[in-house]
Ligand binder design. Sequence first.
Ligand SMILES: Cc1cc2nc3c(=O)[nH]c(=O)nc-3n(C[C@H](O)[C@H](O)[C@H](O)COP(=O)(O)OP(=O)(O)OC[C@H]3O[C@@H](n4cnc5c(N)ncnc54)[C@H](O)[C@@H]3O)c2cc1C
Length: 540
Amino acid sequence: MDTFDYIIVGAGTAGCVLANRLSASGRHKVLLLEAGGADRNVWIHVPLGYGKLFTDPRVNWLYQSEPEPELDNRQIIQPRGKVLGGSSSINGLLYVRGQPQDFDHWRQLGNAGWSFDDVLPYFRKAEDQERGADDLHGTGGPLCVSDVSEPHPLCEAFIGASEQAGFPRNEDFNGPTQDGAGYFQLTARNGRRCSTARGYLKPARKRHNLTVVTGALTTRILFEGRRAVGVEYRQGGTLVSARAAAEVIVAGGAINSPQVLQLSGIGPAALLQSHGIPVIADMPGVGSDLQDHLQVRIAYRCTDPITMNDVINDWRQKVAAGLRYLFYRKGMLTIGAGYAGGFFRTDPALESPDVQAHFIIFSSDKSGARLHPFPGFIASICQLRPESRGFVHIKSRDPAAAPAIQPRYLSAQADRDTMVAGLKLLRRIMGQPAMQRYIAEERAPGPACVSDDDLLAYIRSAATTIFHPTSTCRMGSDLTAVVDERLRVRGVAGLRVVDGAIMPTVVSGNTNAAIVMIAEKGADMILADAKAGAPAAVAA
Ligand SMILES: Cc1cc2nc3c(=O)[nH]c(=O)nc-3n(C[C@H](O)[C@H](O)[C@H](O)COP(=O)(O)OP(=O)(O)OC[C@H]3O[C@@H](n4cnc5c(N)ncnc54)[C@H](O)[C@@H]3O)c2cc1C
């Protein structure tokens, strides 16, 4: 059995950051295991290509939720990256950190070292901000952050309409204030995606002390007593074991990290026993507290043929867009999952925005579906801090079988109220003169949908995820928290979780940037503990 100092399970957003930072000194032998393959698919690297990766089983786990009771029992798609870079290789590229209040709240929950002032240096360390460095932004980091390649008249109309509705223009959602409307920045450079596989892993690949194994599904963590000593993984048809002299670090993301822990005997005892898995630590919190952002979209038919639908549906414009991208790295192919957007308060008395809008210049019936054959665009709204909590539970001992994913969207009354208020707010913006000039028709939900009951019924029938599951191995100091503030799994030794699963509460924005920050900080803590000879264990 090969021995490493650190074994990292999952080469996703967090895993690639960890692999780079833990192997940087050359002193530690690091093994990075990834269930998916190399990031060779060309659509990974072209920003607009994310639309093609939604349904591609070669790079995507293609999970589905269980039927959701508050969403008319619909099953909601749960795409997750299964490739080097993980979900950062298939995501919509939007660079949004969340609000300073999110991290201050984490600190108030008892997590020392996680206030905004504590985490800001890690956001800055990670970043290579195209606009240059300032108090809030960094340059020279591995994660390229860039402006959209050019403005668009529909985005200008959306921002103008927001101003007409009383919300300011905001040039930087990661600046001094999140409020208002503007263009998103993207994790991209020169029109190419900057996943963590590109930003962090690629420059580290040639290091002699880093081993990267793709096509390697971790089946379980190996324990001696209550100490994690290695992992077992399946590559092709073969089971391989590897030993970790220092630590096993699980970075499988919010769906797979709790699954791997549960398969290994760390989780709710009754659940594990029902699948015949010997219990190493009875931890009811593993897989609980699942949170996600739910979004609902309003689709419009546009008056003018200036949308992406018009480009995609006309081969001449399509070829021209391809050439423009090839030669100038501009145009439609450089667009992420939102072009413009905004952060708004449904009640002016709130301390910070509670909803986020995404504005895109194409329209389709659902995410990843064919674009409409007429000019169209979409504005969506999502609630930033949902109170609903769900779970991820294994359904089988088979590590290749999908777990049950039950976000329990809208199970809290506050979430239903905020979604309805958000939809009304978005319609108010879209009803302003700057935007009305481009609206031929509201196609969905349509003008007949007016009362709060109508709006809630529409949300139940049409809302879907915006792909931000978190918190299934929640950091905290309470009895059901899974990791402590140094991201060590409670009650066992030699084991951490470092990824989106550890968020105490989902951040008020898109999740990738905050997970890069978590991994940067996690790597720092792992290296500091190694230097200090601190045990990677905490009392249960
Ligand atoms: C379609 C989509 C669009 C999104 N858009 C945005 C956006 O625009 N902006 C934004 O900020 N965020 C966005 N997100 C969310 C963001 O990308 C994720 O929150 C983030 O990438 C998750 O990081 P992670 O490290 O927690 O997990 P992941 O990046 O998902 O990494 C987990 C990795 O572990 C691997 N793995 C899992 N289980 C095993 C196992 N048993 N053995 C070996 N390997 C395993 C997986 O294959 C994967 O590579 C989007 C997500 C999706 C899916």
